[in-house]
Design a binder for this molecule. Structure first.
Ligand code: HEM
Length: 75
């Protein structure tokens, strides 16, 4: 029993993956239907990268520059 079997036992995630990837699309799949998933992907990227920006950047007039300035070795 592998890690993914264990995870599936605990969460049932395979059912969700199957529902997302093998959904029946009436009339057949079309390339133009990717845009909803593309928007979802873009907003998830915003949330994840936003957390990292939040951890490293201080967006005020007094602190912004220093918060992202890393001097090179020797200078
Ligand atoms: C952040 C904004 C949005 C996100 C993340 C989003 C996401 C999605 C996703 C993932 C799907 C299913 C895949 C697809 O068919 O492409 C979908 C379908 C759809 N979306 Fe959006 N959507 C957004 C905004 C909108 C807006 C503004 C409209 C209309 C004014 C809209 C109308 C629809 C329609 C009509 C469907 C097809 C539903 C169906 O027949 O099953 N969406 N959307």
């Amino acid at each position: 029993m592998g890690l993914f079997d264990w995870l599936d036992n605990r969460t049932g995630y395979r059912k969700l993956v199957r529902a997302a990837l093998f959904e029946h699309v009436p009339g057949g799949a079309r390339w133009r239907y990717i845009w909803g998933s593309t928007l979802t992907f873009a907003i998830v990227v915003q949330f994840i990268t936003g957390v990292f920006l939040w951890m490293h950047y201080s967006p005020s007039a007094q602190t912004a520059w220093e918060s992202v300035y890393y001097p090179k070795n020797g200078s």
